[in-house]
Design a protein around this ligand. Structure first.
Ligand code: PRX
Length: 653
């Protein structure tokens, strides 16, 4: 069926950047954005080739800017460069040599700052230790670390010697780690004794020990000491980083890498089947993350930039490590998550370091709202000049709170839509150039030909829902799924079949475009609910529920219904002071009718204390769907943050 998704969200507010912001911005007007966009659209090869010449340092120039044999792509073929060189060495030749590259805050209150020169030295030492342990160009290295500087150092060290890294989020279980290491045939694992998260120690090395009983390819484990807790060290296999560091020198020239050499593999979960190893290569990824960081975050040399993601996610790869450092920026990294003993630590860190640019996720914003505005109000946030969000659609209520309470109505918000697969931000405001609308990611980045189409690839009408696609190759696009090129084709390129030579990259989101061409992402299409023949996106119904003052968070799913096909089942977390009762359930149903219409009226409301989420904060609606339909959960739960949530939900059902 090619019927698109119906859009029911009404949001008319428009927020312009201040004249002062636009005047200092890299891209300062809508006209300038349109001009760049048109240039890139008319001649993408020239557009990207000019930027690659201006923005990156190369050992050898490429001969072919774009080689597109759909869905296989090569960018800058024939060229040689090294992303670690672009992130470090080239800045040492300038005044940035002694500029802060990385400011790190540990959860217990310790902190460290590395200048570019210091970071370069640490990376070279680390790279030489890896070499000493037998790691060669092309060997996959697993990284399973907390958010400590060594995570960035290890990534840059791998990149420096041409060993693709496969970072596994430190919150994943031993089984999840084992599967990812086996898929990549990792030769070495970098880990720590433990890490701090939410006032507790995460026993990383213990997990590695369990995982490695079933990973035959790993020969060595390099262990960073973080917590000092007692761990087992297997003689011959396990080595302390601080010991080996003493025996190597700090001279390690960056290996010239071909543009299309693999830089890293990063696993992302599909709704079915095993996680997919998304492959990114060197040059296109370096260029695209570099230029998007510069234009979207309007980065200045004087800025302190803080992205709160974990390095285990693509956001951490692209916008904590590679994008900012390639630009010579000061990037801030925090070890933990807002924690019970100090819920206001986020605002304390902004005040302490005078953070100018703050990039976080809607799930974090919603938890800040729940904690209360007295916490940010107790701190001086006047250094902030730009805010960002990523990871899921942001509901307009949360957007407004972020704008008013954190940005103090002064900071533009860039709502950035992208994916692990795209490597960098695809759709986002350029903050000095365009007005924003709460809940819209606004317009595509120059060079990104995005559209909303039906199943035959025809553009849908204004404000009609459909499938969000990208119609032209771009430098940071994923190259394949590691070990599974067939799945790469079928997952991303066949959902909407090519026609007349036009290929459609589709990675699963529904969206609409409004009369200004602004994109409104409506969530994953596998989460779409079909009520009486109307396909409704979950995001819009959830936004309506959250706009009721009693509701802190909402997740809606479809539940089989004999008459309507599906009926809407809403899982609701109430604000602290509210009590769950039938009267409130009725009131919430009516509220959705008022906000959206009778079509979206939830058939059932279930009150709960927690929702099943991935470690990166995405609601796992497929698990809620099974619960709502009272079915066994048979799909993959390895990415679930807290398994006890499912039991609680079952008990409450
Ligand atoms: O559904 C979209 C949602 O997150 C998905 C990508 O997830 P992941 O690969 O984990 O990468 C997250 C960080 C880039 C997308 O397919 N998503 C991400 N950003 C947004 C979003 N949905 C709406 N608005 C966004 N700004």
């Amino acid at each position: 069926m090619s019927s698109p998704i119906e859009s029911v969200l009404q949001e008319q507010r428009l927020f312009y950047p201040s004249l002062e912001f636009s005047a200092q911005a890299k891209i300062g007007s809508l006209e300038q954005y349109h001009q760049l966009y048109r240039q890139a659209e008319a001649d993408p090869v020239k557009f990207w080739s000019d930027l690659a010449t201006q923005e990156l340092d190369w050992f050898d120039r490429w001969h072919t800017t774009l080689d597109w044999q759909p869905p296989l792509v090569k960018w800058f073929d024939g060229g040689k460069l090294n992303i670690s060189y672009n992130c470090l060495d080239r800045h040492l030749l300038t005044w940035r040599r002694n500029k802060a590259a990385l400011i790190w805050e540990g959860e217990p209150g310790d902190s460290r700052t590395y200048t570019y020169a210091q970071l370069h030295r640490e990376v070279c030492l680390f790279a030489n230790v890896l070499k000493q342990l037998g790691v060669q160009k092309g060997d996959v290295v697993g990284i399973y670390l907390p958010m400590i500087p060594e995570a960035a150092i290890a990534m840059l060290a791998c990149a420096r010697i041409g060993a693709p890294h496969s970072v596994v989020f430190g919150g994943f279980s031993a089984e999840a780690l084992r599967d990812r290491l086996n898929d990549g045939k990792a030769k070495l694992v970098i880990t720590a004794d433990g890490g701090w998260r939410k006032d507790a120690i995460v026993p990383l090395k213990d997990q590695v020990d369990i995982a490695l009983t079933h990973v035959p390819t790993v020969e060595n484990v390099l262990v960073v000491q973080r917590t000092g807790q007692k761990i087992q060290m297997l003689p011959g296999r396990d080595h302390w980083w601080h010991d080996l560091k003493q025996g190597v020198n700090a001279d390690c020239p960056a290996e010239p890498m071909a543009s299309e050499d693999i830089l890293f593999i990063l696993y992302t979960s599909g709704s079915t089947g095993k996680p997919k190893g998304v492959v990114h290569t060197t040059a296109g990824y370096n260029l695209y993350t570099h230029i998007t960081t510069q234009w979207i975050f309007d980065l200045k040399d004087t800025d302190v930039y803080w992205c709160t993601a974990d390095v285990g996610w693509i956001t951490g790869h692209s916008y904590i490590v590679y994008g900012p450092l390639s630009n010579g920026a000061t990037t801030l990294m925090y070890e933990g998550a807002p924690r019970p003993s100090n819920p206001g630590c986020t605002w304390e860190i902004i005040e302490k370091h005078g953070v100018n640019i703050f990039y976080t996720a809607p799930t974090a914003i919603r938890s800040f709202i729940k904690q209360g505005e007295h916490l940010p109000k107790a701190r001086d946030l006047s250094s902030l000049r730009l805010l960002g969000t990523v990871g899921e659609p942001i509901n307009p209520e949360a957007w407004m709170w972020y704008y008013r309470i954190i940005g103090q109505e002064r900071c533009p918000i860039v709502d950035t839509w992208w994916q692990t697969e795209t490597g960098g931000i695809m759709i986002s405001a350029l903050p000095g150039a365009m007005a924003t609308k709460p809940g819209s990611a606004t317009l595509p980045f120059p060079g990104i030909i995005a559209d909303v189409v039906d199943l035959e690839g025809n553009p849908v009408g204004v404000n009609e829902g459909g499938y969000l696609v990208i119609k032209h190759p771009f430098p940071s696009m994923m190259r394949t799924i590691y070990n599974d090129p067939d799945r790469f084709r079928s997952s991303y390129w066949e959902h909407i079949p090519p026609k007349e030579g036009q290929y459609f990259y589709f990675a699963g989101d529904g969206a609409r475009k409004d009369e200004d061409g602004y994109f409104w992402v409506m969530g994953r299409v596998d989460d779409v609910i079909n009520v009486a023949g109307h396909r409704l996106g979950t995001m819009e119904i959830e936004s309506a529920l959250v706009s009721h003052p009693a509701v802190a968070e909402a997740a809606v799913v479809g539940k089989p219904d004999e008459i309507k096909g599906e009926e809407i089942c809403a899982f609701i977390i109430l604000e602290g002071s509210q009590t769950a009762n039938e009267e409130l359930a009725q009131e919430l149903k009516q509220h959705v009718v008022k906000e959206i219409g009778a079509i979206a009226r939830p058939g059932e409301i279930k009150f709960t204390d927690a929702l099943p989420k991935t470690r990166s904060g995405k609601i796992m609606r497929r698990l809620l769907r099974s619960l709502a339909a009272q079915q066994e959960i048979t799909s993959d739960t390895s990415t679930l943050e807290d398994r006890s949530v499912l039991d609680k939900l079952r008990e409450g059902a």
